[in-house]
Structures are given as C-alpha cells and as structure tokens.
Design a protein around this ligand. Structure first.
Ligand code: GLN
Length: 437
C-alpha cells in the first residue's frame, strides 16, 4: 500500500497535468494536503480512522475553514469559510485529506456544468460533451482520477446527473441523512450532501462517517445513524410509462439491458406506477425558484461578498426573478401551493410503491448529454431533471451506477442507471446498486 504522502502526490500530479484543460479544481490545497498526509503517515496503525488517507475533493458550496467557498459565483468570489462544515469535520476526524475545492454551476443551479462564474468544467471522458451538473467538478474530479471521493450536493439531481454523464457512481442520500451545517443552501427543502466515487464500497464507507444526526442541523433525520449492512434484494420496481419519456434510444437500450441483468441475477421485476411522475419537473421548479429567491436575499453585499442581484449570471438571475414573481400575492396559490400539493401526492405514491418493492430502477436522465456547441433553452435544460427530481420531491435516497459508454454522434458518451429506495434505506440502495453494477 502506498503511503498517504505518495497518494496525495499522485493526485496532485494528475491535477497539475489535467486541470488547466478540464477546469475542475478551483483551488488545490497542495501544501495543506501534503502536510496532513505526512502527519497521517506517522499515525500508528491501531489509531487510524475509517477514511485513513482517502483524498477528498469538496464542492465549492461546502465550508472548509479558511478556504474560499465561492459557490462558483462572483458574489462570494473571495469569501472564506470561517468554520468547518459538519461533513468536513467528520471526514477529517476519520483521517481523510481534503485535497481541494471543485467547480460547479453557480450556487448549485443548473444541470450541465456550464453555469460557473469560473467557466465550464469539461467532461474527462469526452471533452465535447457536458459533464452534467451542478456537481460537475465533483464528478469530473473522480472521473479524471484526481481524488478518491468527492462530495457534492444534490437538490434535484446534481450528484446523479453528472455521475451518469462522467461515468462514475453518484449518491443522493435521503433528505436529512447528512448534515448541511456549513453547506450553502441552494433550495433548502431539497438539498442534500451527496457523494461521487469510483466504487460503491467507498460510497458506503463515507456514508458511515457523514450519515448521522447533527445537533447543528435540525433537518437531519431522527433515525439511527447509517451503518453498513447487506440487504437481500428480491423485488425491484420499474415505473409504468418511463419508456415514453426517454428521448434517446441509447438510454432506452441500456435501461432494458439493466432490467434483463437484474432478472438474470434472480430479482423479480415488478411494474409499479407513480401516476404523478410526469409532473415532477413542473412541481420542482416553482419550489426551487421560491426557495432560491428567499435563500439568496442574505447575499446583499452588506456583510460579505457582492450583491447577488448585481453580479449573478443568467440562470441564477432567472430563478431569483422568477421566485420573486411567484411569491407576489397576486399569484398566491397559483404555482407554489400547487407545486407543494403535487409534492405531497408524490410522497404518498412513493410510500405506497415501497410497500410492493425494495427499490425502483429508472434511467438517470431522459436524454443524452449535449455537446458544448449546442445551446439549450432553460426548459430544455430542465428536461434533464425529469427522473432525478422525483427522489428530492419524495425525500427518498437514490444512487447512480455507471452502466455503459456508448458511441454517439457526439463521441463516447457514458450512461448511468438510477435506483431509488425509501427514506433511510441506503443499505438497501447500496445492495441493489451492487446487483445492478
Ligand atoms: N438541475 C436541477 C436544478 O437546476 C438540480 C440542481 C441541483 O441538484 N443542485 O435545480
């Protein structure tokens, strides 16, 4: 086994070689990481933590004390975190090494990795196509072998969508599974800290460290802390009507291959129905717009940073203005309340489905990632989220398994499949992901 210092040096070399082109890391904590690695190497075997020597990259909306947490926005361009987020504190306590801060769509708004103030991140697997977002840098860092594990956040698919496009594993834990203390919110009733990794084992391992209640985050689930154990998977559901929502044949093919693969492993595949599935995107966005508007009012440039209304880029501007409009009294009940009602219906429907099956299989995105020279309207971009937002609306957990790299007109294109499990059932999720792999 390599020493911690050798591991850090290896990743630093990867970053040095590739970061100029790929634009993944916003800041590399070279000296800190090396110093810490050398200290860890001195630690006696029996005192070593669960994440000993694992090199971790963090999304730029996660606080590490003394390090800039720009959220990839001009708004907080030079603002440094004054304390550690719970997740950083937890992983460091278990001897992980934070190697740097990675790029993302501004304030975690978007689906493509193109909306950072610091420029787009390229997809290490194919530099013509988007890496996906908003945790673009987190997925790309793992895909480009620049770290062992990356932390991201997932509001409506931001860990899973880039995991699929970059060909790595992605996890959105159940809402409240992981503390968001010290994480800048994007949309507080949906956000969850998630994981990008090259293996399910690493994902499982880090969730054991970060998946617990926190006194500093009242939204953390009041359930037992996550401890890893295998679950026997017997029944997996597929959703009625998914096929007609898939826009690209390649995805349809991998989805059906995945069904056959699971059947061959002895899993019973049961067709179940989420009637309001098609309303996912329509319900998600009014809630996000509203929460983005209210959540960003604190960035008025008075206490720190610059006024977000003046310096934010177009996608964030659209959402802040949209949120302001939606919350005006003349629209009361027209959008936000209806969206909340659909969210409740979806929650109930998922609870009913999970009485019949242990997990649900579905594609990650309905369409293949576009190339950088294609320009999408906001509606076209939001269409990527049709399958991922369902888990955030229902508060359940979900993970992505890389399934194939297909040759398309845009070149090599990774495709990942998604599994969803009930609230707090990450063990079932990991077991199902291992079967799907
Ligand atoms: N694409 C979704 C959105 O734009 C999800 C973003 C996220 O998960 N942070 O809101």
């Amino acid at each position: 086994m390599k020493t911690c210092a050798q591991r850090v040096e290896y990743y630093l070399k990867q970053i040095k070689e590739k970061n100029n082109e790929l634009n993944i890391f916003l800041e590399v904590l070279e000296e800190d990481a090396l110093k810490r690695a050398r200290e860890l190497d001195e630690k006696p075997q029996e005192q070593r933590g669960k994440l000993f020597g694992k090199c971790i990259a963090i999304k730029s909306n996660i606080f590490k004390e003394g390090v800039v947490c720009s959220c990839a926005s001009k708004t907080l361009e030079n603002v440094k975190a004054i304390y550690n987020s719970d997740v950083v504190q937890y992983v460091e306590k278990e001897d992980a090494i934070i190697i740097g801060v990675v790029n993302n769509d501004e304030f975690a708004q978007g689906s493509t990795g193109e909306h950072s103030y610091f420029g787009k991140t390229l997809n290490p697997k194919n530099t013509n196509i988007i890496p996906g977002g908003t945790s673009s840098g987190s997925a790309a860092a793992v895909a480009a072998s620049m770290c062992d594990i990356a932390l991201g956040t997932d509001t409506g698919g931001s860990c899973r969508n880039p995991a699929s496009h970059c060909g790595v594993f992605g996890l959105k834990p159940s809402y409240g599974r992981v503390s968001r203390y010290g994480v800048v919110d994007s949309s507080m009733s949906f956000d969850q800290v998630g994981v990008l990794s090259n293996s399910i084992e690493d994902m499982d391992l880090i969730l054991e460290v970060i998946g617990k209640q926190s006194e500093r985050d009242a939204t953390t689930l009041q359930i037992e802390d996550f401890t890893s154990k295998n679950t026997k998977i017997e029944k997996i559901g597929i959703l009625k009507g998914v096929d007609e929502l898939i826009a690209d044949e390649e995805i349809k093919k991998i989805y059906h291959n995945s069904i056959s693969h699971l059947k061959a492993k002895g899993v019973e595949i049961i067709e179940v129905s989420i009637e309001h599935m098609k309303l996912g995107v329509a319900a998600y966005y009014p809630i996000v717009y509203t929460e983005v508007f209210s959540g960003t009012r604190k960035f008025d440039g008075v206490k720190y940073g610059q006024n977000i209304n003046e310096v934010a880029q177009s996608e964030l501007q659209l959402r802040m203005k949209g949120g302001e409009l939606i919350t005006q009294s003349e629209f009361e009940g027209a959008y936000y309340k209806k969206a909340l009602a659909v969210r409740e219906l979806l929650k109930e429907e998922f609870q009913e489905v999970f009485t019949q099956v242990q997990a649900i299989l579905l594609p990650t995105t309905p369409k293949l990632p576009h190339s950088f020279d294609e320009t999408l309207t906001p509606e076209e971009e939001y269409a990527y989220d049709a399958f991922t937002v369902l888990a955030n609306l229902a508060g359940i957990c979900s993970g992505v398994v890389p399934k194939a790299i297909v040759e398309t007109t845009r070149g090599n294109t990774p495709i990942g499949m998604q599994l969803m499990c009930n609230i707090g059932e990450e063990n079932t999720l990991f077991s199902a992901m291992k079967l799907l792999k």
